[in-house]
Design a protein around this ligand. Structure first.
Ligand code: CUK
Ligand code: CUA
Length: 624
């Protein structure tokens, strides 16, 4: 609204001079951002194999039987999962179902994971974008991985001891929890960055009154996964990153226009990076300066809010050119760098200056020209930033201190650039989100693969390209292409020594009682309830057959009594839609209603031994 516009901070943006070609490409950029169908023909002037075929120098291969140096945790986009790859081999090691049921791991089949999905809203899918591994003292501690659900406004936690999702929080007052990040240095809070603006609560009020919509930053306790507070802001938000000292959290945004159509959202030539003052927000919450909506304290962080007046505003609005997309804080904590998306620049914000300047604009200390469609920025720990350019299809390496020295709009800070294939979103360097990146590998997560791989029908794989970045003289070296199932957005790369997965389950880590051999039982509780406690081992279940009556509610609790790692069993029950995966020493439970009389061969779906096919048990459902 005009009233809001009048209250915006004064603007003295460094203007970037665009050439005519840039304007044309920028026009294409807007089109490309709003729909890939349109961008393919515009952007694809480099069809086919070109520089990508160049042989990489150095040996980054991982021989058969050898381990990788790093874990890569890639989001799976609208598959709702996390993929674990080894780096530098790019071999996919595991998938972790998060927001979807998945039968190989039995996620959503046993009682515990079903309850997690149910408490998380009961949806069948999610849209994971930003996997972030917990940190202690600004370094990975290997405890948890957090990831957002952009689709249904949720945040999930994966336990990295078991590589299994152990909590999903359905965030109120927020649709599209997009950016996901943590308060550092010690994962004090997990932040979900709200994107789509909606009425709060979204219960039918104000459905067609966009001025009454809002979007919120959500702070979640990493231990309990409870929502602590939310902050409402002007405009959309997008991505986020935490400062290294824990005071500031940065979120990019677009649509400060608060429009509802693409044309309205991209009209303004500026948008904001919002800098949230976390201690000031806590002060406001503790002073009761909030409105409780849907059971959550919501603090007013809009520009007009009284909490943003005086010398300690809770949110500082730093205006940057057109719709910045990614934001990430440099490893030394000095700068937050926002990538311009619809503008060819990145904006370098001085983190310490945020608290000191009267006009938030004065915290902008650099604005180098990177290329067309800059989306995300990663770091090598040697003072270089690496930014993807969606339109130009490049990874651009630049020196951020040089960018502070240079004039706004200068290309001088750029030290190297390399084609990618094609149209990259995120890129991620090894341990780039910590205070001490390893500086050796970088993955560009490219949205389009075009003809890089054998054709597999109209939906193409994406192309995750691995670069070696460890030699500044050699520059960016492309090492390999990895076709990727749709569609990763972001990733975290963690050194292997910082993750300690369990080899077998520790019965102390689950609530169910372990069923040892000799402890099996079949108990009829009442007319219609049967409880079965059983075990599985090579090559049998505790009972060769189990008889129940039609209509019985049957609960099976089953332990895998193997102590040898990698001997996994399952219990699959045909036509009852059940498949529990049972890692060694694990115990799982499932309840189903035996509503179809007949014989059902429960079987083990994990190939566990030479007599695996014989590992079966009859479930006899006698008719009433
Ligand atoms: S967003 Cu998808 S490429 Cu969700 Cu981090 Cu930029
Ligand atoms: Cu147990 Cu196959």
């Amino acid at each position: 609204t005009d009233a809001t516009a009048a209250k915006r901070p004064s603007l003295d943006l460094p203007r970037l001079e665009l050439g005519r070609r840039d304007f044309m490409k920028a026009g294409a950029a807007v089109g490309a951002m709003s729909g890939l169908a349109g961008c393919t023909s515009i952007l694809a002037d480099d069809e086919g194999d070109d520089s990508g075929g160049a042989a990489a120098s150095g040996d980054h291969s991982v021989a058969p039987g050898e381990h990788d140096e790093y874990y890569g945790f890639l989001s799976g986009g609208h598959t709702g999962e996390i993929r674990v790859v080894g780096i530098p081999s790019m071999r996919e090691l595991m998938r972790i179902p998060v927001f979807q049921t998945e039968s190989a791991r039995g996620f959503g089949h046993d009682a515990k994971s079903s309850a997690i999905l149910e408490e998380g809203g009961g949806y069948t899918w999610g849209d994971t974008h930003h996997p972030r591994v917990s940190q202690t003292d600004n370094d990975y501690d290997g405890r948890w991985l957090f990831v957002n659900d952009k689709a249904n406004g949720r945040m999930a936690r994966v336990d990295l001891k078991y590589f299994e999702t152990d909590a999903i929080t359905n965030v109120p007052n927020s649709q599209a929890v997009h950016g996901a990040c943590m308060q550092l240095p010690d994962t004090q809070l997990v932040f979900g960055v709200g994107e789509f603006r909606v009425p709060m609560p979204n219960d039918g009020r104000d459905v067609d009154d966009p001025d009454a919509y809002g979007s919120v930053l959500t702070a979640i306790d990493p231990e309990t996964m409870d929502v602590e507070w939310q902050v409402e802001v002007d405009g959309n938000m997008d991505n986020g990153d935490g400062g290294k000292e824990g005071r500031w959290f940065f979120a990019t945004g677009y649509n400060s226009e608060e429009g509802v159509t693409e044309g309205e959202m991209a009209r303004s030539d500026r948008d904001y990076v919002k800098a949230f003052d976390i201690p000031a927000i806590w002060d406001a919450v503790e002073a009761g300066e909030y409105e409780e909506i849907s059971g959550v304290p919501v603090v007013d962080g809009t520009m007009e809010s009284s909490l943003n007046e005086g010398d300690r505003p809770i949110v500082r609005y730093v205006a940057t050119p057109k719709s910045p997309h990614g934001v990430s804080v440099t490893p030394n904590g000095d700068y937050a760098i926002a990538s311009g998306k619809l503008d060819p620049s990145c904006t370098v914000i001085d983190v310490e200056a945020i608290a000191e300047v009267d006009d938030p604009q004065d915290a902008i200390v650099g604005q180098p020209r990177i290329g067309m469609g800059p989306l995300h920025t990663a770091y090598d720990g040697r003072g270089h930033a690496y930014t993807t350019t969606f339109i130009d299809s490049e990874v651009v390496k630049w020196d951020y201190e040089a960018a502070v020295e240079a004039e706004a709009g200068s290309e001088e800070p750029v030290v190297d650039r390399h084609d990618v294939h094609y149209n990259p979103g995120h890129l991620i360097a090894s341990e780039s989100y910590t205070a001490s990146p390893q500086g050796d590998y970088l993955i560009s997560l490219n949205k389009l693969s075009k003809d890089r791989f054998l054709p597999v029908g109209p939906i193409h794989p994406e192309n995750d390209q691995l670069f070696h970045i460890g030699d500044d003289d050699a520059g960016l070296e492309l090492i390999k292409d990895k076709p990727s199932y749709p569609e990763p957005h972001d990733a975290s790369i963690v050194h292997k020594d910082k993750i300690e997965p369990a080899k077998t389950w520790d019965p102390a880590d689950y609530e169910l009682d372990y069923v040892a051999e000799g402890e099996e039982s079949i108990e009829r509780i009442d007319d219609s309830t049967v409880e079965i406690e059983m075990w599985a081992r090579r090559n049998q279940y505790a009972f060769p057959d189990v008889t129940v009556q039609e209509g019985d509610e049957v609960t099976i609790r089953i332990s895998n009594v193997e102590t040898t790692s990698d001997v996994i069993h399952s219990i699959a029950i045909p036509e009852y839609d059940v498949n529990l995966a049972l890692a060694p020493q694990d115990t799982r439970e499932v309840t189903f209603t035996a509503d179809q009389p007949g014989v059902y061969w429960a079987y083990c779906a994990y190939f566990c031994s030479a007599l695996h096919l014989e590992m079966r048990s009859r479930i006899l459902v006698e008719p009433q």
